[in-house]
Write a protein that binds this ligand. Structure first.
Ligand code: ADP
Length: 424
């Protein structure tokens, strides 16, 4: 029997009793009224008891009652019990989360909409120098580093900012912000001192080795050139060997030069000047080194005479690499277009060829050092695999971006996008 039917049965029984007694005593209406008042008083008392029980937290066993009230107490009691269970579970989870974030070696700081500190872990005290009382303070007031302030203000948190630790200048931190929820941000700071040290050791090593190789290579090349001049053609084996050695020495020299250029691009920024890009492109397209009987293949379109603020020597390397690649990786009679023009965001150089193209999966990798697609395909085409890495670095130093669109068998377009602010 459910709760309602119990109450309905009781009401029907009460009505029948009132009816019988009322008929016998001729007091039906007063008795009905009395019965109604009785039921009303019972429910008012139950409401009062229920309200007191709820006010006391609704915990523990509920009062003894019957009918619909017993059902109400029972359901509320069950709801409260499952809520308590959920709260306990959540509390445990929060504790575990706190413990894990406290154990994190990286600093974690929760920031509000106005850069105010809402919470931070233990590592943040050590790594960022935050103190217990700093909650509620604005983080740019505590971590005063121009790069960091700019990064926090920029709202573009894709790339972390690398800066010295505010507590120890010898420690290098990589700081990044992750947004979540409504206006909340998580600031993470990681100690990358060792990584930075290893990176600088790698740079020094490459620079030193390249530098040391330069002199012996020049000497070798000199002697091989002398031998070629002296060659009277009597021994085909000797002539062939000397030619091959000279070819390989040239290749090594090219590699060393590219490595030295990459190291320089990474470590020191040259002074920028106003570069006359149309004149530079005209020079590059006409240069003998580039042409190699390709003069009639190059279509130069100068749609703007704009120049940009930059390092001419570096831009020349980047543009030359793009043009040489376009000529190298397309058939000997296929045209290559070089187009300099203005776009709403700035200025753009497109080097387009109708060559072999690049597969979609290779496009993101071609700017990696020493990455050469399908070595078998390229075996006949000489190269170091450093050309596009140089292009990427040069553009990065100019706050410009390289865009590659390509289709296998149809050709490729390498676009250098320079921002409007570089106009000079
Ligand atoms: P490489 O010295 O081998 O030319 P790069 O860094 O200039 O080195 O280029 C990397 C690789 O990207 C090349 O080996 C080649 O496979 C591919 N590549 C570059 N430019 C083009 C192009 N215009 N068309 C097709 N493939 C290209």
């Amino acid at each position: 029997m459910n709760a309602w039917s119990k109450d309905i049965t009781a009401a029907v029984l009460l009505l029948i009793t009132v009816l019988i007694v009322g008929l016998i005593t001729h007091l039906f209406l007063p008795l009905l009224f009395l019965a109604f008042i009785g039921v009303l008083i019972r429910h008012i008392m139950e409401i009062d008891r229920f309200e007191k029980w709820i006010r006391s937290g609704g915990s523990g066993q509920y009062p003894q009652t019957t009918g619909i009230w017993e059902a109400i107490y029972y359901h509320v009691y069950r709801l409260k019990k499952s809520e308590r269970k959920r709260k306990k579970k959540l509390g445990k989870m929060v504790d575990q989360f706190r413990m894990s974030t406290e154990a994190l070696p990286d600093a974690a700081v929760v920031l509000g909409a106005h850069d105010e500190i809402k919470w931070f872990n233990k590592a943040a005290m050590k790594v960022l120098g935050l103190k217990r009382g700093d909650k509620g303070q604005r983080v740019p007031n505590l971590i005063r580093h121009p790069e960091f302030t700019r990064y926090l203000r920029s709202t573009d948190y894709q790339n972390p900012v690398v800066m010295p630790s505010p507590t120890d200048g010898n420690v290098t931190l990589s700081v990044r912000v992750v947004t979540y929820g409504a206006g909340l941000r998580l600031l993470l700071a990681q100690d990358v001192t060792q990584l930075k040290k290893m990176e600088s050791m790698r740079k020094d090593f490459v620079a030193n080795v390249s530098h040391e190789l330069r002199t012996p290579l020049t000497v070798l090349k000199g002697y091989l050139e002398t031998l070629t001049d002296m060659d009277d053609g009597e021994s085909a084996l000797l002539s062939n060997s000397v030619r091959q050695m000279l070819g390989q020495t040239d290749r090594m020299k090219h590699l060393v030069d590219d490595l030295l250029l990459l190291t320089r691009l990474e470590t020191q920024k040259k002074q920028s000047h106003c570069v006359n890009v149309p004149a530079l492109l005209t020079k590059i397209c006409n240069e003998g080194a580039v042409l190699k009987n390709s003069a009639d293949r190059i279509e130069l379109q100068l749609e703007t005479q704009a120049g940009i603020l930059g390092v001419e020597e570096d831009l020349r390397s980047a543009f030359t690499n793009l043009l040489v690649n376009a000529l190298k990786y397309s058939p000997e009679d296929a045209p290559v277009s070089v187009r300099w023009y203005q776009v709403p965001e700035g200025f753009r150089l497109d080097v387009t060829d109708r060559g072999e193209g690049i597969a979609e999966t290779d496009i993101p990798r071609v700017t990696e050092r020493f990455y050469r697609i399908d070595v078998k395909r390229n075996r006949k085409v000489s190269g170091t695999g450093l050309g596009l890495a140089i292009v990427k670095h040069v553009l990065h130093n100019h706050t410009a971006k390289l865009e590659i669109t390509s289709e296998l068998g149809k050709g490729s377009c390498f676009s250098c996008n320079f921002p409007l602010k570089l106009l000079c």
